[in-house]
Design a protein around this ligand. Structure first.
Ligand SMILES: [Zn+2]
Ligand SMILES: [Zn+2]
Length: 375
């Protein structure tokens, strides 16, 4: 049996192909992909930012946010995962050994044992690594032992289900890591999927003041942030972010700031100026070629600020994100703007990147069973 797959062969180059589906052996399963979410990482990966850093090598099948149905499963895997043939699941992307210090310490998403060079995760492994069928831009995905799966209810629309990772990022980065609590003031720098996921997570945590920043071109995202419960929005290329935050918080500064802006280091500088004495800054936005940031280290010292990097999500965050998606008290379908067939993966990525005029994208997903558009 062959799977229909999208293969990235070079920077900004994708092509449709077929890939042999490996046999289901002890502890493994075959997933029939129903949809795959896209995030900023997909854009970076497409453009080649990860090959530059040696994180990925071509050719590979991209896609690290897959949701699908178990098509075939080994008895042992079925027992381990508590799922059977026909069940709908979301896949955690990280592969881990289960034995190293990171894994035993609970940070399995930081495990480097499975693949010491490069990222050991679905969507980032090359075709010549094991069976090769690792990416969500495909009709099928082969699941190996120790993959972590989450059950998805039958009645959850796929447009909601494919948001599980961006919402889990909001849960972990904006609430679990900085320990955001009832009444806290929070500055969310960046109004994309993860920024909006952060708004929802902060509301759930009972934050008292939620402030979201964006650019002029993000007007639709800032409007959605307010509709989801943000109390204030700041247009960062029109206003002074730090001054606005200090005004809103009566000069005190926010308890927590989360940076989810890709590429630009300015939000980190703004965060250092906008958090209160003893406040916490969480860095979640990958800066790619712009990682050198000029920070006022004395301000960090004298005000005893905490700066914490976050990479990826984790089971505890996925559980909460999937609960929020199942309850859907925030009408999360509003966040999903575009669905594309596999054949239009290029367009999907460029739409998410804001390179398609008038598209106003927020959450974008790929689906193997959608018809190819004729336009
Ligand atoms: Zn992602
Ligand atoms: Zn490990």
């Amino acid at each position: 049996m062959k799977a229909r797959v999208v293969i990235q062969t070079a920077d900004s180059k994708l092509e449709m192909a077929e890939h042999e589906v490996p046999r289901v052996t002890a502890g493994t399963a075959l997933l029939e992909v129903e949809g795959c979410g896209l995030c900023g990482s997909d854009v970076e990966q497409y453009k080649g930012a990860f090959t530059e850093k040696g994180i990925v090598t071509y050719p590979l099948i991209p896609g690290h946010e897959p949701v699908g149905r178990i098509a075939e499963i080994d008895t042992e895997a079925s027992r381990n995962w508590g799922v059977k043939r026909g069940d709908r699941v979301a896949v955690e992307p990280h592969l881990s050994c289960g034995l190293c210090q990171s894994c035993l310490g609970g940070s399995y998403h930081l495990c480097k044992e499975v693949r010491p060079t490069g990222l050991p995760a679905y969507g980032f492994l090359p075709l010549d690594f094991g069976h090769g069928l690792w990416g969500g831009y495909a009709s099928h995905l082969h699941l190996v032992p120790r993959t972590i799966l989450h059950r998805i209810p039958e009645d959850m629309p796929i447009e909601l289900a494919t948001q599980y990772q961006s919402l889990a990022a909001g849960v972990r980065w904006a609430v679990q890591v900085p320990k955001t609590a009832m009444g806290d003031s929070v500055l969310i720098l960046g109004p994309g999927q993860r920024g909006l996921g952060s708004v929802i997570a902060c509301r759930e945590a009972g934050a008292g003041t939620i402030i979201v920043t964006g650019l002029k071109r993000d007007k639709h995202k800032l409007a959605l942030a307010r509709a989801l419960g943000a109390h204030h929005t700041i247009v960062a290329d029109e206003e002074d972010t730090v001054a606005r935050v200090l005004k809103i918080t009566a000069g005190r500064g926010v308890d927590v700031a989360i940076d989810v802006v890709p590429a630009s280091p300015q939000p980190i500088i703004d965060a250092v100026g906008a958090v209160r004495i003893g406040g916490t800054i969480v860095i979640g936005g990958v800066k790619g070629r712009n990682t050198k940031v000029a920070l006022d280290s004395d301000r960090i010292l004298f005000r005893e600020l905490t700066i914490k990097g976050v990479y990826s999500q984790g089971t505890a965050a996925y559980v909460q994100a999937l609960r929020l998606l199942a309850e859907n008290r925030y009408d999360l379908a509003r966040l999903h703007t575009h669905s594309f067939p596999l054949e239009e993966a290029d367009t999907a990525i460029r739409t998410l990147a804001g390179e398609v005029a008038g598209a106003e994208a927020i959450s974008v997903s790929l689906h193997p069973d959608l018809p190819v558009s004729r336009s």
